[in-house]
Design a protein around this ligand. Structure first.
Ligand code: UDP
Length: 325
């Protein structure tokens, strides 16, 4: 492993570092002058997302699975736990790994944080609200989750993750932060992970029809990745240990979203309807008043601009990437 240049810089461990969010967080913390220790088992992450950071002497990479004992030599000031399969297709394919990284992985990282006296922020999710009966979702809502449905492996792992994190906070006095992340998009999403945005853009680029599940009346609220990263950064440096919603409240139906992608890409294809996956939440929109109050944060990038940047990124991928699974 590479030696670090300056031991006085803050040192941060980022798990899931080769993934979509993790890699953007690596970029941000390197830019902020941190020493970044990136960790990933490459189950769903890709080295392509972080290889540009390897020449930087403040960046190092461990190929490691956090469900096994995690050791990092030297001091650690911060931990960001972002390792997990995170798309419905991924956690349907990898249900046990999804449960393990949210439970055993989180336990290992909390133990490491305690050992190093580091502050830890865990990536929770709007999925803790399940198919919500309250709209928009506030942090005080406890959710409507089916524990034994196909999404249960993800939703319940994340709920356990929050519970054990609060237990370490309350029992051990550990310095903890919990981000409830709503749908986020941007460059470096995997084209074929089954999520709506890369699915639609991939279909447009391949000249296929866009597959909307159900009647498309279900809603989501999409946040551009730079806004989300800013929210994570502020939450980490805040003094607020309770869960905080991070997302863009601009809500849209999936049918209208598909039409926006058709307009953006200029594809001549149309929308086709497929069966709705089991337990697909009908509506989702973050109430971000807490983040505004505690972090002075709100998203700045509107969907039109964010989608244009994201589409340009997908467009420059090699043709072969369009057909990768
Ligand atoms: N979706 C869709 N067509 C696709 C992929 C997804 O209509 O090809 C729908 C999906 O059923 C859900 C919404 O788009 O209602 C957002 O799905 P995504 O997987 O992006 O996120 P999540 O359901 O986890 O919020």
């Amino acid at each position: 492993m590479r030696k670090f240049s300056d031991l006085n810089k803050p040192r941060i461990l980022i798990t899931g570092a080769a993934g979509f969010l993790g890699s953007h967080l690596c970029d941000r913390f390197i830019r902020e002058g941190y020493q970044v220790i990136a960790m990933d088992n490459l189950l769903t992450g890709s080295m392509r997302n972080i290889e540009h950071l390897f020449p930087n002497e403040d960046f190092s990479f461990y190929h490691h699975d956090v469900t096994r004992f995690v050791h990092v030599p030297g001091k650690l000031d911060f931990i960001l736990h972002f390792a997990s399969p995170a798309s419905p297709i991924d956690y349907l394919k990898m249900p046990i790994q999804t449960l393990k990284v949210g439970s055993l992985g989180t336990h290992n990282l909390l133990g490491l944080a305690k050992e190093k006296n580091a502050r830890i922020l865990i990536a929770s999710t709007s999925e803790v609200y399940g198919d919500p009966m309250v709209h928009p979702q506030k942090e005080s809502y406890w959710g409507n989750v089916n524990p034994v449905g196909p999404r249960g492996v993800y939703d319940e792992a994340k709920r356990f993750m929050e519970a054990i994190t609060m237990a370490y906070h309350n029992y051990h006095g550990l310095d903890t932060r919990i981000a409830r992340i709503f749908n986020t998009y941007g460059p470096r999403m995997r084209l074929n992970d089954g999520r709506a945005l890369p699915a639609f853009i991939g279909q447009a680029l391949r000249g296929e029809d866009l597959t909307v599940f159900g009647d498309g009346s279900q809603t989501r609220s999409f946040c551009y990745v730079d806004d989300l990263v800013e929210g994570i950064y502020r939450l980490l440096l805040s003094e607020y240990p309770e869960p905080v919603n991070l997302g863009n409240p601009d809500e849209i139906s999936i049918r209208d979203f598909a039409e926006e992608i058709i307009a953006l890409t200029g594809t001549k294809q149309k929308v086709v309807y497929k069966p709705l996956p089991v337990d697909d939440p009908q509506q989702r929109q973050p109430d971000i008043s807490l983040a505004k109050e505690k972090l002075n944060w709100q998203p700045k990038v509107n969907r039109q601009d964010g989608l244009r940047i994201t589409y340009e990124w997908f467009r420059q991928l090699p043709e072969s990437a369009l057909h990768e699974l």
